[in-house]
Design a protein around this ligand. Structure first.
Ligand SMILES: Cc1cc2nc3c(=O)[nH]c(=O)nc-3n(C[C@H](O)[C@H](O)[C@H](O)COP(=O)(O)OP(=O)(O)OC[C@H]3O[C@@H](n4cnc5c(N)ncnc54)[C@H](O)[C@@H]3O)c2cc1C
Length: 547
């Protein structure tokens, strides 16, 4: 063990970075009872609205983690904002909606218990922080990870308290690097990145302008792409009244310095872009950021794992970047809990990058395609760029799947992100949502997936249950078993007109094994002669348990 570690504070997991992904990791670990310390070098959560689109899958995860309603409350000011408007000016009659509704056909309500939620990062992060702290998480702001070393048993990290200037040492079993796109941890590990690199650059300007709401009127958009060639950019509401964000294209590749974006120029740019030369504009903040298509070559090195923007960067169109990061944290949390709890082999942790990296590669390409499709301000897409269809959003948000990793029997030829989303219970895909009743309480089957593996069967699944329990007991794996059907032998009653077996692609005597993160680990389409042997094989393969 490292010499520094002798007097070190001990924690099971150290999280570097307390923005959206670090806070999500803290929440998910807290829900699973895994002790951790999160360090964030800034004194508080983001005051800048930054990312804002939380997709259906992310909201499903937040629902299971018990924070969905708190997030909706924090997001209430933007609850009626929908669609992206593209127009040369806010004052004329020109312009068209790139899309008006996130879910025009109401499909989301049929496939999920959750829905899209527009919640600015500065409103979302405090909800995650509070929930993580209530679960006992130790979250320290103004605290920077300065350096770390790892050995076979753990990670020894040096921290700096930026208020007192005091240094301290922490010894952790694992380190999660949620330290953003410039990730010092990734750099220290020498992990490279692949992809097209930087696509375009923005200066994200927060400002107040009282009269702007009059020009916007009842066009309550998520974003408005303003296309005046003299001053283009994206306008985003913060409170639909006087607080706004404007993403102004910035061209460092043409030698344009960041300093050129002084308050006067920013205000002038905004006035020209919205078409209101007399608009009173008060600039309240500015931050540069870079849209890129870049994915880390490895997601882990020994006991250190990259999550969020440290692992992947994406163009903002579609809000795929932050969602992919939150979903990274969710994928990693249960695996750490399973390995630390002794019910999975250490090799389970290797499946984190195996599963998440292909998803990020496909998703970052879709994000760039969507920026091209929508002519995102500042992005000059190559003529050859694939301009993905609108259906990409649902396919990316809900259809991503793991063809290699902690799954048994997945189709290795299936794409990580399909062109179109179809509900499926094939191994490696998100388990379908179905409303059921348990002891008179209505719940989604997704609500069952968090702390244990779950075996679900239809009315003919009694043999699977016996077998599942015996196999899980013998292997020491926590497994909850439910039968979906009418009558006293069934733990879950379906709603009229729903058919568990049909939805899950099995015969009535089939079975589906679901992981704690709600992904299908394995499926038996019908009964087999020796269900206990089949369950044992599946659990061993999925959880990397040695025979
Ligand atoms: C100005 C701005 C505007 C943005 N706007 C949009 C948008 O409109 N749409 C969109 O989809 N996305 C946007 N993004 C990106 C979005 O915010 C990120 O995708 C999201 O925050 C998820 O990132 P993360 O938590 O992985 O990393 P980050 O948000 O980058 O957070 C990393 C955190 O790690 C901390 N940190 C780094 N090193 C250390 C260390 N050594 N010790 C302790 N702490 C450390 C940093 O202080 C930071 O808080 C924007 C980003 C910025 C900066």
């Amino acid at each position: 063990m490292n010499r520094l570690a002798d007097n070190a504070e001990r924690v099971p997991v150290l999280i570097a970075g307390g923005s959206l992904v670090g806070l999500s990791a803290s929440l998910f670990l807290g829900r699973l009872g895994i002790g951790h310390l999160l360090v964030e070098k800034h004194p508080r959560t983001s005051h800048h609205p930054r990312g804002r689109g939380n997709n259906i899958r992310t909201m499903e995860l937040f629902r299971t983690a018990g924070v969905e309603s708190a997030i909706r409350e924090a997001a209430s000011v933007l609850a009626d904002n929908h669609g992206i408007l593209q127009t040369p000016s806010l004052t004329g009659t020109e312009g068209h909606w790139l899309f008006r509704e996130m879910d025009p056909g109401g499909k989301a309500a049929r496939i999920s218990p959750a829905g899209w939620c527009l919640c600015s990062q500065n409103d979302l992060e405090p909800v995650l922080l509070n929930a993580a702290q209530e679960l006992g998480g130790d979250l320290r702001f103004s605290t920077e990870l300065i350096s770390f070393e790892q050995d076979a048993e753990g990670v020894t990290a040096t921290l700096l308290d930026r208020r007192s200037e005091r240094r301290s040492t922490v010894r952790a079993d694992y380190l999660i690097a949620a330290d953003g796109p410039r990730s010092p941890v990734r750099e220290a590990l020498g992990i490279g990145q692949s992809g097209r690199g930087e696509l375009f650059h923005n200066v994200s300007i927060t400002f107040r302008a009282k009269r702007l709401a009059d020009a916007v009127g009842d066009r309550h958009f998520i974003a408005c792409y303003l296309t005046n060639p003299e001053a283009d950019g994206a306008l985003l509401p913060v409170d639909n009244q006087e607080s706004w964000v404007f993403h102004a294209p910035w061209h460092p590749e043409r030698g344009e310095p960041l300093e050129a974006f002084d308050d006067e120029r920013c205000a002038r740019h905004i006035r020209t872009a919205v078409g209101m030369p007399d608009l009173e504009v008060e600039i309240t903040g500015k931050a540069p950021w870079h849209a890129a298509e870049r994915v880390a070559d490895h997601y882990s090195d020994g006991r250190v794992f990259l999550a969020g923007d440290s692992a992947h960067e994406m163009s903002p169109t579609g809000a795929f970047g932050s969602n992919t990061g939150i979903q990274d944290a969710h994928n990693l949390a249960w695996k750490l809990a399973a390995v630390m709890g002794g019910w999975a082999g250490p090799a389970l942790l290797e499946t984190y990058g195996m599963e998440r990296r292909p998803v990020a590669q496909a998703t970052s390409a879709r994000a760039a395609a969507r920026s091209a499709e929508h002519s995102h301000p500042g992005y000059s897409a190559p003529a050859t760029e694939d301009r993905g269809p609108q259906s990409n959003v649902m396919a990316v948000a809900m259809g991503y799947r793991y063809v290699r990793g902690a799954v048994a029997g997945a189709d290795p030829s299936a794409p990580a992100v399909p062109d179109h989303f179809t509900v499926s219970a094939e191994p490696g895909s998100r388990a379908p949502h179905m409303w059921v009743h348990r002891c008179g309480v209505r719940l989604s089957t997704l609500d069952l997936y968090e702390r244990t593996c779950v075996l679900l069967t239809g009315p003919g699944g009694a043999a699977w249950h016996e077998a599942g329990r015996r196999a899980a007991d013998a292997l020491g794996v926590p497994l909850d078993c439910y039968r979906v059907g009418e009558g006293p032998d069934h733990e879950l009653a379906p709603e009229p007109g729903t058919d568990w077996a049909e939805l899950h692609g099995t015969a009535p005597d089939g079975a589906v094994l679901v992981r704690p993160d709600g992904f299908v680990a394995w499926r038996a389409e019908r009964s087999v002669p020796d269900p206990e042997a089949a369950m044992t094989r599946a659990l061993r393969e999925v959880l990397r348990l040695e025979a």
